[in-house]
Every structure is written in C-alpha cells, then in structure tokens.
Ligand binder design. Structure first.
Ligand SMILES: NC(=O)c1ccc[n+]([C@@H]2O[C@H](COP(=O)([O-])OP(=O)(O)OC[C@H]3O[C@@H](n4cnc5c(N)ncnc54)[C@H](OP(=O)(O)O)[C@@H]3O)[C@@H](O)[C@H]2O)c1
Length: 304
C-alpha cells in the first residue's frame, strides 16, 4: 500500500474512533521502559528524551557504552539497569524477556537494528542472517514475549502500555544492494501495523517509526560513509517525534518530507529497477573509495 493511502487510513481510523483515541486522552507517561540498541544512535536518544521519572532497562552488546549511558541517566529514585545481549541469539532474547517481564515494563522500544550495504550474494552469509535475526526475529520474539504481561499490567493499573517498532523509510520499497535490510524493515512496518489493528481494543498503543537518514553509527556500520547520509536528522528529535506520535498515529515518518515517498506510488517493478540503478552507482562508488568500510567482494561461492 502506498504511503499516502496509509495516511488516509490513519485519518479514517482516527475519525471512526473519535473521542476514544489516545490522542483524546492526552499524552501517556510510562513508568518502566525497555530500549533495545540503547548504546548508541536513536536508541540512546530515546533513553535521553524519556522523562526522568521513567525507569529504564538498556539493552545492547557493548557493555562499556551501556554502562556510560546508565551513569548518564542515573537519578536519585530512578532505576536504570543494563543488559548485555546479542539479539541475534534466540536464547539471549528469551533471557531478556524474563528479565524485562520481572522489571514490569510498560513501554517496549524495539530499536536495535543492523544492515549491510552490498549485493546479497557478495555480503557474508553471517551478516545477512544477523540482519534478519536482529531486525525481524528478535522483534517478533520480544513483542510476542512481552506484550501479554504489558497488557495485563496496563489493564490492572488502568493505564496504557506502548510499543514502538523502529522500521525505516527503506520499508516502503525494495532497495537493491540493501535488500535484506529493506526487506526486514518492510516486515517491521507491516508487523507493527498488523499488531496495532489486532490490539486496537487493548490498553496498548503501537507505533511503527520510519526514520529517514538520522545521525548515528548506522551508516558506518552498514558500510556507508557519512557523506552518504546528507541532511541526516538529530536522533533526539527523531525520538521526541516518535514518543509524541505514539498513541496518536500508527506510522510515523521522520526526516524526509512525505512528498519524497511519492515514488512508492510507482509500479513496484519500475521502482525496484530505478532504485537498483541508483544503488548500483552507490556501491560502485563505495568500492572505488579507499575508506571507510567497503562492501565485501565475493571471493568464492562457499564463503560463509
Ligand atoms: N540512522 C539512520 O539513518 C536510520 C534510518 C532508518 C532506520 N534506522 C533504524 O534505527 C534503529 C537504530 O539504529 P541507529 O541509526 O541508532 O544505529 P546505531 O547507532 O548503529 O545503533 C544500533 C543499535 O543497535 C544495537 N545492535 C545492533 N546489533 C545488535 C545485536 N546483534 N544485538 C544487540 N544489539 C544490537 C547496537 O548495539 P551495540 O553497539 O551495543 O551492539 C546499537 O545500540 C535501527 O533499527 C535502524 O535500522 C536508522
């Protein structure tokens, strides 16, 4: 479905349930939040813009940066805990669910994400799998594992819970040479929208956040140089806009004028071809430049 249709649908849904929408009830303040990917970028920004009254469970792999974030966010009377976990590991996600349930979270921010620029058959199998595991499987596992407890607690305490799933503007169309990443983000967007509808009568709000280019470590980790992200947005602004949108709409696009999503109205095969031409050029330029990270070149068919 084109983005303009999504907006129309949002308006129709809001109109159909006027008076009972969370927007009519005012902003929700959350008591305990779990933020994945809290060690840098947009996840770290979420932890910084949430009110100081919100207890935090910070998740990432980098223990040192998580600890630095914990110290920065610590306040008298506030609980801030860190969990070092690789979200590509199913058992680690299961442990995280048990810990977060015990913490009693009422806000889940599925933010951690990864991706690798380059052709699928040139990138390592490990990197492609990690993209799918972190961006898709962990999001499903965490949402399925934590939502029932969040909804129960919200109902008992007569509050609302919240779920933010960080997708991307790359969710709106196939992006050749960023194929697995864009497909994983299309999943995230669709998953969040489907969940929002399934849970429409429950005391929980669901938002798909679709950031455009945002300042973070994402580009350099993906194999892009910073110059590939012109006009990148401040991550705290993205986080603030997402929290303001939660409970008011189901899809929030940040960082680009929605008019730029008009190409999503093109037939998919034409759109994919156009994006393929543009991305092939990006990959060729990256391969020709000496720094920073280049997309991996294919060496042998059996390479892991
Ligand atoms: N920046 C953009 O332009 C942009 C645009 C659209 C969407 N997004 C999305 O925004 C989200 C946040 O990305 P970002 O831009 O803030 O990038 P970032 O600075 O690279 O942060 C990514 C975060 O995800 C965590 N992470 C990655 N792999 C993980 C794993 N296997 N297990 C646990 N944690 C893992 C990282 O933690 P550790 O470093 O501790 O491992 C880090 O905290 C992602 O879902 C990304 O797809 C970003």
């Amino acid at each position: 479905m084109a983005h303009s249709d999504r907006c129309l649908l949002d308006h129709l849904i809001a109109a159909a349930s006027a008076g009972g929408t969370p927007a009519a009830r005012g902003a929700v303040s959350y008591q305990r939040a779990l933020v994945t990917g809290a060690s840098s970028g947009i996840g770290r920004a979420f932890t910084q813009v949430l009110p100081a009254s919100t207890d935090l469970l910070l998740v990432g792999r980098n223990a040192a940066t998580l600890d630095e974030a914990r110290r920065e966010l610590d306040r008298p009377g506030r609980r801030v805990e860190t969990i070092v976990a690789d979200l590509a590991d199913e058992a680690a996600v299961a442990d995280l669910i048990a810990r977060a349930d015990g913490f009693g979270i009422d806000l889940l921010i599925n933010n951690a994400g990864t991706g690798r620029l380059g052709a699928v058959i040139d990138n390592s199998a490990r990197a492609e799998r990690e993209t799918a595991a972190v961006n898709v499987l962990a999001v499903v596992q965490l949402s399925r594992g934590l939502l029932p407890g969040m909804i129960d607690r919200a109902r008992r305490e007569r509050r609302r819970a919240g779920l933010i799933i960080v997708a991307s503007t790359a969710a709106f169309a196939p992006v050749p040479y960023f194929t697995t990443y864009a497909a994983s983000k299309a999943f995230d967007l669709s998953f969040a929208e489907g969940l929002a509808e399934e849970l429409r009568t429950q005391p929980v709000d669901v938002l798909a956040l679709c950031p455009g280019a945002t300042r973070s470590q994402f580009g350099s980790r993906a194999g892009l140089s910073a110059s590939n992200l012109p006009g990148a947005m401040d991550p705290q602004t993205v986080a603030r806009q997402a929290l303001a949108a939660l409970g008011r709409q189901r899809v929030k696009v940040t960082g680009i004028d929605q008019a730029y999503l008009a190409p999503a109205l093109l037939p998919r095969c034409l759109l994919t071809r156009v994006l393929g031409v543009a991305m092939r050029e990006v990959v060729a330029r990256m391969a020709a430049s000496p720094t920073p990270a280049r997309p991996a070149r294919r060496s042998s068919p059996g390479r892991p």
